[in-house]
Design a protein around this ligand. Sequence first.
Ligand code: MN
Ligand code: MN
Length: 280
Amino acid sequence: MLFADADSAYNDADYVIFGAPFDGTSSFRSGSASAPQAIRNESYNFETYNPNLDVDLTELKIHDAGDIEAGEKISTTLSRVASATRNYVTRNKTPIMLGGEHSLTIAAARECTPEWIIILDAHLDLRDEYEGEKHSHACTTRRLYEEVTKNIIEIGIRSGTREEYTFVKRNKIHCYNADQIFKNGIKSVLNKIKEHIGDETIYLSLDIDAIDPCYAPGVGTPEPFGMTPRDTREIIWTLAPTCVGFDVVEIVPDLDINTASLGAKLTREFIAAKRKHQQT
Ligand code: MN
Ligand code: MN
């Protein structure tokens, strides 16, 4: 089954959705490998018309390329994500990855060559390694920082080791925690982010556990005191226009199907918001 309204031919498409069904490094509860298909199923619940943005997804050129073949090892899977993404980017298409776990983001983000990487996450993911694995989902942001760009912004954070928080301070990583958003409002945080990035290009990665487990309990590593879906949507609406790539990761549909539904909805918001900008 394809993502709803993703019925353009590949050659015509402006957006390419692909699944990356891999959860081999998951540290607590695994199961995100089944998320791409669950997100696609849930996507059929929604209307094609987006009343907030006045965009109808049937007017857009969206292609669903299906799933990449996940390897047993993270390294194999990463190289398949990279070659798929490279294919789309070189043909001027915006890649949208349905994970899978957060470890896969590095392969997609690198190929998109963004000026900024913005990560929505409960967790800093700044460990140098986790259980001997440098490409664990607990190390994603650290690898992005070391291998792709120093221009990193993390939003929704509320968990990390003391060493990770020290790394943030020492390297002046822009980090907006969930409590700050709750206290000051998402608009004020977005204004600050806009001051950093201006009109420069962004790769946006949505680790769904950025959102409070009350709204998104279907995740491998739930962390209370998170963001609201509405604030997350606001971030997507604001940033999508300058995004060169997007992913939604860490959904475990067996734990809660509504989290997959939320992932599908936010993916649709991303597509519509990016389009809205192109029109005006
Ligand atoms: Mn993460
Ligand atoms: Mn996380």
